[in-house]
Write a protein that binds this ligand. Structure first.
Ligand code: FE2
Length: 348
């Protein structure tokens, strides 16, 4: 279909109706209803060995307490300066640093957060009265509207990736936030309590879920890695994903978080995946191994702790030099619930 022509008479009409806050849909229809997704974000890679020195510099410039959260935002290069900041159109990513002896004070907000631990071992996150100790590769959740604070009682810096649904909550204008009455919330349950109740394929007998987020708030890497290891010995990898698992809410079988899907996959040594694309723009964190990923027409070489983003509907394929593990997250749960999610395997 040809574009509607702009005639002087029409231009005059558009100008006149604009004073009444009206506009012609036919001038913008093709932009709104594109034949396929046209995400505003671009593919990008952050090399951890380049980002880490700047994160440590931030550690000298401002305390975690003063910053409230000392985070360097991973801003998508095509979305610089946007408010709220974002790595894809719908999701936030940042790297958070807590130095020995520091705390990040208690607060809560309607945005849901995931932590994926990059570096350091033994700092804690508290969620609604229970602490969990964080180790590299652990996936930790702070559900919407739960009190959370972080502290590092170890001798080493602690770094994790923060993944949040900030732009989604902003889209819906449903943001609420509140500071805690004290910097460090009172611990009311011993560490491991929620794991005992919810993590062993058991649930408390009369328990009914009241929220949509998983009651498991730490998925330790040692356990997900063991599953991947067993899978890789027992069967062939998927052509597009290698051996890939999703984190699950044991109360519902759904994704662990209502707005963010989280995944972990193992690529065998020397394995090259076929191209794949889906409508959920995805953030990848390299946990183990070295290799490269082709994202659209770009080739990203990666090593542990590097982070890269694949925009919606852009083909991605991975090639692992050594056995590699990738963690990833996206807005897939939201798209699936709205009936919007699509994928294309192989010939994208
Ligand atoms: Fe927070």
């Amino acid at each position: 279909m040809p574009e509607p022509q702009r005639t002087p008479e029409r231009e005059e009409f558009y100008t006149r109706i604009a004073t009444g806050s009206l506009a012609p849909l036919w001038e913008v229809l093709k932009t709104i209803q594109s034949r396929e997704p046209r995400p505003p974000e671009v593919a990008a890679l952050w090399r951890y060995d380049e980002v880490r020195p700047m994160l440590m510099e931030a550690g000298r410039l401002i305390s975690a307490a003063e910053a409230e959260r000392r985070v360097l935002i991973l801003e998508n290069p095509a979305l610089r300066g946007q408010s709220p900041p974002r790595i894809t159109h719908s999701l936030f990513a940042g790297l958070q640093l807590i130095l020995p002896g520091e705390i990040a004070p208690s607060h809560r907000h309607t945005q849901s957060a995931l932590r994926f631990i990059i570096e350091g071992e033994g700092a804690y996150t508290s969620v609604d009265g229970e602490r969990t100790t964080m180790r590299p590769g652990d996936f930790v959740i702070t559900p919407s509207w739960t009190w959370h604070d972080h502290g590092n009682e170890t001798q080493e810096p602690m770094v994790w990736l923060d993944g949040l649904d900030i732009p989604i909550v902003r889209l819906l204008d449903a943001s609420f936030a509140e500071p805690g009455e004290t910097d460090v919330q009172t611990v009311t349950r011993p560490e491991g309590d929620s794991a005992a109740r919810f993590s062993n394929n058991l649930l408390p007998v009369d328990w009914k879920p009241e929220v949509k987020t998983s009651p498991v708030f730490n998925y330790p890497y040692v356990r997900s890695r063991e599953s991947l290891d067993t899978l890789s010995r027992n069967g062939d990898p998927d052509a597009c994903h290698g051996h890939k698992l999703r984190y699950v809410n044991p109360a519902s079988g759904d994704f662990a978080m209502p707005t963010i899907g989280t995944f972990i996959q193992l690529l065998p040594k020397g394995y090259a995946t076929r191209p794949y694309r889906s409508t959920d723009g995805t953030v990848f964190v390299v946990v183990e191994g070295e290799g490269e990923s082709r994202v659209g027409d770009q080739l990203f070489r990666w090593q542990p702790h590097d982070i890269f983003v694949v925009p919606s509907w852009m083909p991605v394929s991975h090639c692992a030099e050594g056995e590699s593990v990738l963690f990833s997250y996206s807005d897939r749960p939201v798209q699936e619930k709205l009936g919007l999610w699509r994928e294309q395997r192989g010939n994208a």
